[in-house]
Design a protein around this ligand. Structure first.
Ligand code: ADP
Ligand code: ZN
Ligand code: ZN
Length: 733
């Protein structure tokens, strides 16, 4: 019997299993899922055991050099996902596998402490004769594994009582891993599930029915307007899954993974919940992962990569805000968490719930257009609440009236009105920084990043910053091109909105929420909590304020400029704009009072904006689908994108031409768009060209892309050029 090993070199040439002998010292300890060290060429490198089988031919095999962990670090289910992902997204298997198990690869091991467990014994302490011992006994039954000190404290006795029980053999001491629970310092609140109203109840019932069936995967699209109580549907569906001994995965977009959300899950499911997100320390992440592997935690709440959690057999998989672009990983493996979730459910027979107020066209047409998903609808907001009324403000008319400021007259009055009534306001602008464009009025020079094809953003700190590579310099006082004094700062970001609002309303208490203000650990939570407690009147922010916030005091949402995302060179620009506006509008009027929304725009006739104004998802869906059909874009076709990057533009262009030629000569019936420079022509000193492939069937794309890539690998001319393949791309930038 030999070990089949994937070596940790992400290269297509070594994307296969290698066989190694298992030396006697490791016999019986190496398993599928073990991480090992193997001799490879003249080095020793890390590898992953993916099978134990006799090697096919009896050539001389080398021995495994070492076993790196005592326990396997991935499950058979995770391995199956890795293999599928490699084939689906055209990436090396080991890359897919490492993306799945990265929390375990990153980090130093766990911290060990001595824990106590109830020992098997005949005489349970009698509460009347030995009340102290009995108290300890009761605690340890409920919470085995506490340390001596923790146990004494929890039972309200001196540690000596615990010691004597150890001496009498009532308690056994064992070494255990100390878990760094990211929520250890938070008060534990319990919440009682509310009574569901009719539409919610119907949705939960349908999900439960599916949980009880054993006939393969069921997919629901939960389309519920903002504030319709989708989260409560998730919570009760999860409770039902837990009752049936099943486990659940809940994915939310990173920025919606707010402390509020985490608290809510904790309050319902306590320590059965593990939380995974990017703000955890490595140790905390390791420990949450560990709790999932041992089965102590049965629900995982996390961002994109939590779909890979090491649950034995998830029975319910929920994606909240399923339309969010952040579910797509924008580096290899370029997976979409929704696609992975659907595949995973195919393996385990899990029920999938995709929730959104603004479903992606891809998902909605599967549910409404005769596909395989079932549509569940929540058309009403919870309780007596109605959707906010939305007003459009035509910025062209504002300009004609002579108002060149950030705020239209109407919006400014509405803000003043809320302040006087002590209600709260959210102002949304999807750009951070102060000025987004610095340009010389004499020679027209635009200050750009020296490494990227991107104009620099002026920040209130006095520095210019590139939002792609983070390059920064002091803002020059003279134009670096012609020496002119007339350097203009145009375009605005959230810092400018904040400053302007402070100038107009000096008494107002203003907070800003964007990636510049949440850098420090815990800052995100603080800002939201402060606002929620009513200790601020106005919250200015980027799309961080658009998602998930449920703050009853907010009765006005102002969108400073709705057009920013509308004119992106991307076929999803309208869809993104509609989604973003609907989401941010949904933050208004979630308390007792009716909400209002004001959207400032230069394109008040655009259907993405008017449909958002009228809360008209169906209307938007029909208009947009008609356009996509006419132009041959998803969901009517499938796309793949080959992005070519390199330091020399000539090489990049040549490589792109070569790939295009290779695509044209394959037999796969694909349509080729390009090659052309990508909309952002250079990032971090690398030039960027792309080719977009279109086909009625996704496998044709894989065929064509694989053929082109194989040709490319065989060409020695392009060693310095990189090509990444993106199946079902979300970003065309
Ligand atoms: P959505 O995610 O659909 O925008 P939420 O899940 O945030 O909506 O729900 C909006 C509010 O309604 C939340 O404060 C939630 O606690 C409350 N809520 C949800 N369902 C009920 C219910 N059945 N009874 C009372 N309150 C509810
Ligand atoms: Zn100049
Ligand atoms: Zn840059």
């Amino acid at each position: 019997m030999q070990a089949e090993v994937l070596v940790s070199i992400a290269h297509h040439q070594v994307d296969k299993v290698f066989y190694y002998n298992i030396p006697p010292s490791l016999a019986g300890r190496v398993q599928v899922g073990s991480r090992v060290l193997v001799p490879f060429g003249r080095r020793k490198i890390e590898g992953y055991v993916v099978g134990l089988n006799p090697a096919p031919n009896q050539e001389e095999l080398k021995d495994l050099a070492a076993l790196l962990d005592e326990d396997p670090i991935f499950t058979p289910l995770q391995l199956a996902l890795a293999r599928w992902m490699a084939a689906y997204y055209l990436c090396p298997t080991v890359k897919a596998l490492r993306a799945i198990i990265w929390p375990l690869l990153q980090i130093k091991g766990p911290k060990k402490v001595k824990g106590l467990w109830p020992a098997v014994c005949g005489n349970v302490p009698d509460p009347r004769r030995a009340p102290k011992s009995a108290a300890v006994w009761e605690v340890i039954q409920a919470r085995p594994g506490l340390t001596r000190k923790e146990l004494a404290e929890a039972a309200g006795v001196s540690p000596r009582v615990v010691d004597s029980m150890v001496a009498r053999g009532l308690l056994a001491s064992k070494e255990r891993i100390e878990l760094r629970d990211p929520c250890r310092n938070l008060p534990e609140k319990r919440s009682v599930p509310p009574v569901l109203y009719e539409e919610q109840l119907r949705a939960v019932k349908k999900i439960i029915e599916a949980l009880d069936k054993k006939d393969g995967r069921h997919v629901f699209l939960l389309h519920g307007v903002t504030g319709s109580g989708k989260t409560e549907v998730y919570l009760q569906a999860i409770a039902a899954a837990l009752n049936r001994g099943k486990q659940a995965i809940v994915l939310v977009p990173e920025i919606a993974l707010t402390p509020q959300m985490i608290d809510l899950f904790r309050s319902r499911f306590g320590h059965q919940v593990a939380v995974l997100h990017s703000r955890l320390s490595d140790g905390e992440r390791y420990d949450e992962y560990h709790r999932l592997r041992t089965g102590e935690a049965k629900v995982v709440l996390g961002a994109r990569s939590a779909i890979f959690s090491p649950l034995e057999k998830p029975g319910l998989i929920i994606l909240d805000e399923e339309h969010e672009p952040s579910y797509k990983q924008e580096e290899s493996p370029r997976y979409h968490a929704r696609t992975v979730a659907l595949r995973l459910a195919g393996y385990t027979g899990a029920v999938v719930v995709l929730g959104s107020a603004t479903p992606s066209l891809e998902s909605y047409c599967q549910a409404a257009g005769g596909g395989t998903y079932q549509l569940l609808e929540l058309n009403q907001r919870v309780g007596e609440l109605t959707l906010p009324s939305v007003h459009l403000i035509d910025l062209r008319r504002e300009l004609r009236k002579g108002n060149k400021g950030i705020f239209s007259g109407v919006l400014q009055e509405a803000i003043a009105d809320r302040l006087s009534r002590r209600e709260q306001v959210i102002l949304f602008l999807n750009r951070r920084g102060y000025s987004t464009l610095v340009v010389c009025r004499e020679c027209g020079l635009v200050l750009k990043c020296p490494h990227c094809d991107i104009s620099l953003t002026y920040h209130a700190s006095g520095r210019l910053r590139c939002h792609y590579c983070n390059y920064s310099v002091m803002a020059p006082s003279l134009c670096p091109g012609c020496g002119s004094h007339y350097v203009a700062y145009l375009g605005m970001g959230t810092q400018k909105v904040e400053q302007e609002i402070r100038r107009l309303f000096p008494a107002a208490r203003v907070l800003r929420l964007d990636s510049d203000t949440v850098g420090r650990r815990g800052a995100h939570r603080e800002i939201i909590e402060t606002f929620r407690e009513g200790e601020a009147d106005i919250l200015v922010g980027t799309q961080m304020v658009a998602k998930g916030l449920d703050i009853p005091g907010v009765t006005l949402v102002g969108v400073i400029n709705a057009d920013i995302s509308l004119h992106m060179p991307d076929f999803r620009a309208s869809e993104r704009t509609f989604q973003l506006l609907t989401q941010v509008a949904g933050r208004s009027g979630r308390g007792k009072k009716k909400g209002e929304v004001m959207i400032q725009t230069y394109s008040p006739e655009h259907y993405a904006i008017t449909c958002a104004q009228n809360h008209d998802y169906r209307g938007f869906y029909c208009r947009e689908m008609a356009l996509r059909r006419a132009l041959g874009y998803p969901p009517f076709t499938h796309l793949a994108r080959l992005l070519v990057t390199g330091k020399l533009e000539r090489e990049v262009q040549e490589a792109a031409d070569f790939l295009a030629q290779a695509v044209r000569t394959t037999n796969a019936p694909v349509e080729l768009l390009g090659p052309a420079p990508a909309p952002i022509g250079r990032i971090k000193d690398r030039y960027r060209w792309h080719l977009v492939l279109k086909a009625p069937v996704q496998n044709f794309l894989r065929e064509a892309a694989t053929a082109a890539m194989n040709g490319f690998y065989n060409m020695s001319n392009y060693r310095r050029v990189q090509v990444s393949v993106d199946i079902a791309p979300q970003s065309m930038m």
